[in-house]
Structure formats: C-alpha cells, structure tokens
Design a protein around this ligand. Structure first.
Ligand code: ITT
Length: 184
C-alpha cells in the first residue's frame, strides 16, 4: 500500500502544516485539499471524519481529520463541539468556567479517516494533559495556549516550538500511524 503523495481535506491550515511535517520523514508529501462539507455531530471523532470523507468525491488517496479537546470534569465536553465552543467562548471563557476546579485533566483526540483504492481506514491519536489556569503562549492554534501536555515540562502547547508539539500531539500520533501503515 506504499504511497508517496496523499491529500488532506481540511479548512484548517495549521493542521496541514503539522501533519505535513509528520509525513515528510516517511517520504510522503501531503497536499492540501480545500474541504467544504456539512459536519455532523457524533460522540466519536472517527464517525465525524468518516462522514466528512464520504462527502468528498475524489478518487485520489485522501484523508479528513476530526479532532477535539475532551475535559474530564465535564464528561468529555466540548469534544466533538470543540470548534463551536471555542468560537462562542474562546479560551478566556473556558478558563472562567474552570475557575476553582481542581480536576483539570483533559485530552486531545484526533481521528483520521483515510480512503484509497483499498477502502476507508481509521487512524487515531491522543495526548493527555490538563487545562492550565491562564493563557500561555502564542504558538499552535485553538486550545493550545491553555493545554498543558502531561509528557511535557509544564508549558502549554502554545509555548512550545512546533516540533515539540509534533513529537507528542494527538495529530502527530494519528498521522504517524497512517504513515506507518502507508509505508509498511
Ligand atoms: P477541519 O476543516 O479539518 O474540520 P477544524 O479546525 O474545523 O478544521 P475540527 O473540526 O477537527 O477542525 O475541530 C477541532 C477543533 O478542536 C479546532 O477548531 C480546535 O479548536 C480544536 N483543536 C483540535 N486540534 C487542536 C490542536 O492540535 N490544537 C489546538 N486546538 C485543537
């Protein structure tokens, strides 16, 4: 199933940048494919990604990713609603709602739905961490300035260089799993 060029359908240029850097060492070039689709809501990001993928009618090897942040204390919310919640509340709003909260555990999830002539395949990645108590750093995007990965040194993803985030992020793990499968 060796492939050296695949397409990533997304409206988020940060995702393309991060995923492209993960695939380069495997000799796979990632091309951006503009994504226009209706995004469903579902508990599992893999179901959302697979539904979005099904709407893209293109025979080339192509993937869609759905990602989100799941906050333990809130039963996983915002999860699949991550982009909507960020748009409505922003990171300051999340921090306000978490004020005084001791259990700040959270994790990011990424699910990729990839399709080629062999069919549709799902790849997943997660990273554990916690929601900080202030906004720190300007790197990355979305929730990165308030997400402190457990495997780090206390800095948020927003304070890390892109290659540091890419060593441990949910997206990097999912795309590495895809790359290993594509090159095996
Ligand atoms: P698509 O066009 O690929 O759907 P999107 O930005 O809408 O791009 P999602 O539907 O997967 O992506 O929404 C996930 C949201 O979760 C995203 O907008 C961010 O707010 C947040 N998120 C996901 N991964 C993140 C990451 O690595 N860093 C920060 N925030 C992230």
């Amino acid at each position: 199933m060796i492939k050296n060029r695949i397409w990533f359908a997304t409206g988020n240029k940060h995702k393309v940048q991060e995923a492209g850097e993960v695939l380069t060492p495997y000799g796979i070039k990632l091309e951006h494919y503009p994504l226009e689709r209706i995004e469903i809501q579902a508990d599992d990001p893999a179901d959302i990604a697979a539904y979005s993928l099904a709407q893209v009618k293109d025979p080339r090897p192509l993937c869609v990713e759905d990602a989100g942040v799941f906050i333990d204390r809130w039963g996983g919310f915002p999860g699949p609603y991550s982009s909507y919640v960020l748009k409505c509340l922003g990171n300051p709003g999340i921090l306000k709602l978490m004020e005084g909260e001791q259990n700040r555990k959270a994790h990011y999830v990424s699910a990729i739905a990839y399709r080629d002539e062999s069919g549709v395949h799902i790849f997943r990645g997660t990273v554990d961490g916690e929601i900080g108590d202030s906004i720190q750093g300007t790197n990355g995007f979305g929730y990165d300035p308030i997400f402190i990965p457990a495997e780090g040194d206390g800095r948020t993803f927003g304070e890390m260089e892109p290659e540091e985030k890419n060593k441990i992020s949910h997206r990097a793990r999912a795309f590495r799993a895809l790359a290993e499968w594509l090159t095996e």
